[in-house]
Design a protein around this ligand. Structure first.
Ligand SMILES: N[C@@H](CCC(=O)N[C@@H](CS)C(=O)NCC(=O)O)C(=O)O
Length: 235
């Protein structure tokens, strides 16, 4: 079995983090290449240097001859070998649906600090970021979380029962990220999302994942990633 090679920005827990979590949870052999070799490895992957179809943006996974991008596609590919796949075909489709829902939410969080362009620094779009964040925190975030809270309370505490799947790992990551970025708003929502919070705790208690999260391999949230804490945005 070829080694899994993950290419993602080495200094941040962004869209590649759920893939790191999946690989760590499964205890499979993998390389987080840019953390060993530096961001040049990501640049090379983006330029098509791994072969295959040229990816637009990281994360990128290479497994043997296969080169994949788009975090949702990579997660779907890894879920079987990582033991995090739903059991049935309808379950797999539902898992895709929910994963893409969380990915949409991730995109909306990203746009709170980069509402105009990914090519501009946050400091160059701060006014628009404030407006965008106000709208996001005024109902939209609560709407998303209520949606997922209903889904997992109906499905017995996970997204697609009966087992924990890769979507549950994604949910844990996004919830912790939002709590980091918008602590005041998130605190006000906690009482409304008991099932989601219990799920995040359950995911973190998985032994290999707990060991990863306690290790230096797990990067803390910071202001280079998607989940950024700018106090002035939440003020
Ligand atoms: N939909 C893609 C989005 C990929 C993406 O936006 N990656 C970010 C890092 S999280 C990036 O490096 N973007 C650079 C760019 O868009 O030029 C996915 O889920 O993989």
């Amino acid at each position: 079995m070829a080694l899994y090679e993950l290419y993602y920005w080495p200094m941040l827990p962004g869209r590649g983090e759920v893939l790191r979590m999946m690989l760590e949870d499964a205890g499979v052999d993998y390389r987080d290449v840019a953390r060993e070799e530096g961001i040049e490895a990501v640049v090379k992957a983006r330029q098509g240097g791994l072969g295959g179809v040229v990816p637009f943006a990281p994360p990128v996974l290479r497994h043997g001859e296969l080169v994949l991008s788009q975090s949702s596609v990579i997660a779907r590919y890894l879920c079987e070998p990582c033991g995090l796949a739903p059991r049935s075909e309808p379950g797999k489709l539902l898992a895709d649906q929910h994963f893409l829902g969380w990915a949409d939410l991730v995109g909306e969080v990203h746009d709170t600090h980069h509402p105009i362009s990914v090519g501009l620094r946050y400091e160059e779009q701060r006014e628009a970021a404030k407006q965008r964040t106000d709208r996001f925190l005024d109902g939209r975030l609560a709407q998303w979380l209520a949606h997922f809270e209903d889904i997992i309370s109906d499905a017995g505490g996970v997204h697609v029962g009966p087992d924990i799947t890769y979507v549950d790992l994604q949910a844990r990551f996004v919830l912790r990220g939002i709590a980091y970025a918008f602590p005041k708003a998130f605190d006000q929502l906690r009482a409304k999302i008991p099932s989601l919070l219990a799920l995040a705790d359950r995911v973190e208690a998985r032994p290999r994942l707990a060991a990863y999260l306690a290790s230096s391999r797990a990067l803390p949230f910071n202001e280079h990633g998607i989940f950024r804490h700018y106090p002035e945005l939440e003020g």
